[in-house]
Design a protein around this ligand. Structure first.
Ligand SMILES: Cc1ncc(COP(=O)(O)O)c(C=O)c1O
Length: 367
């Protein structure tokens, strides 16, 4: 009845909602939310800085926030080493990505995306009426540079989205690839959502390359996923254009205040990041001991695992029955993979115990 009112070009997106709550998924397996170990969304188990709670105890909540987010942009300028005029804010990196798609790719324009990667790039481009052109990474998740350049020459995309490190495999974008792309007439958007975990950034390339955009978030390193604060680092002219197409109050005051104190308390937060990186390495070693798993080395707070003796979906279910939610995939190229977020040591222990149990019940792996 309603469908005839909806944009026909969006029709095949409807019905694939990603909004299923983890609690509902767990409840379907008889797991209560307070027992659920959430290793599916790359959240930061250590949470925000304690100073965030104090910062949120007061605020001029009855007034509209600064639409320019000036205080936060000044603090980010110090954090990133770029001027505030190079910084644009968003309601999470998702919003930044969406606004970039709005600004750069609309009807009649194309974005190039190398799969598998973060789902929001393709979705945002399509929401804005742009065309998505996809290439595939190879089996080791390497980007085929020659093919990529050929696609740029042939299809003349307005922008390319790449994540460094990439979600889901956790590997960095190579300098060689970024260099080659920046030499082309295309906007290159590099998503560094996991920068603090990888310790690697291309931010120093910005002053020399006006077609480079870097996207970051406070969701992962600063534990602010619920408050929603993302930002882009890009040429000041692009920042001004971005500001023209976004809702003026897209970043709420609570998020601005929380991000500000997070930057002030970065020593505390980065110590948690270091803890998670150490735990990631321990988890990686431990996962290698299971003959039915092939974990990939990662520069993030998650580890992608190939489930060698299928079926990954059966393993996902067995883990969930034991109260552990990890990320599974339905796309053919990732059907045999699970992505596991790094948690506290006790979460690792629970996961390893569950995997040992499952391996014991199904001696040749969960086939
Ligand atoms: C590569 C990548 N970019 C962006 C995001 C979204 O970040 P935010 O919570 O700031 O929207 C994620 C979240 O998982 C991600 O993996």
């Amino acid at each position: 009845m309603i469908e005839r009112w909806l944009r026909p070009d969006l029709r095949d997106l409807f019905g694939y909602s990603m909004l299923a709550s983890p609690e509902d998924v767990a409840a379907a397996y008889g797991i209560s939310p307070d027992r659920l170990i959430r290793l599916h969304a790359n959240e930061n188990v250590y949470g925000p800085s304690p100073r965030v709670y104090a910062a949120l105890a007061q605020g001029a909540w009855h007034q509209y926030p600064d639409p320019q987010g000036r205080a936060l942009r000044r603090a980010l300028a110090e954090y990133t080493g770029l001027g505030p005029e190079w910084i644009a804010l968003g309601n999470g990196a998702d919003d930044v990505i969406d606004l970039l798609a709005r600004l750069l790719i609309g009807p009649g324009r194309t974005a190039l995306i190398v799969e598998p990667t973060f789902e929001m790039y393709a979705l945002s481009v399509r929401w804005h009426g742009g065309k998505v052109l996809t290439l595939q990474r190879d089996e080791a998740f390497h980007i085929p540079l020659a093919e990529l350049l050929e696609a740029v020459h042939r299809h003349r995309p307005a922008a390319i989205f790449l994540a460094s490190p990439n979600n889901p495999d956790g590997t960095l974008l190579s300098e060689e690839i970024l260099h080659a792309l920046l030499a082309e007439d295309v906007m290159v958007i590099v998503d560094e959502a996991y920068f603090e975990f990888s310790g690697h950034t291309f931010a120093s390339w910005l002053p020399k390359h006006s077609n480079l955009v870097i996207v970051r978030t406070f969701s992962k390193w600063a534990g602010l996923a619920a408050l929603r604060l993302g930002y882009a680092l890009m040429h000041p002219e692009l920042v001004r254009a971005y500001d023209e197409v976004r809702p003026p109050f897209n970043v709420n005051l609570a998020a601005q205040q929380a991000a500000l104190v997070s930057l002030e308390d970065r020593a505390y937060l980065l110590a948690n990041v270091a803890r998670l990186v150490a735990e990631r390495e321990r988890l990686y070693q431990a996962l290698q001991e299971f003959p039915f798993l092939r974990p990939f080395p990662s520069r993030t707070n998650f580890i992608l695992c190939q489930v060698v003796n299928p079926d990954a979906h059966r393993l996902w279910e067995e883990l969930l029955r034991r109260g552990i939610l990890v990320r599974r995939y339905t796309s053919p190229e990732l059907r045999n993979y699970l992505r596991i977020s790094v948690g506290r040591p006790e979460h690792t222990e629970a996961l390893l115990q569950a995997l040992t149990e499952i391996a014991g019940e199904v001696p040749h792996g969960p086939s």
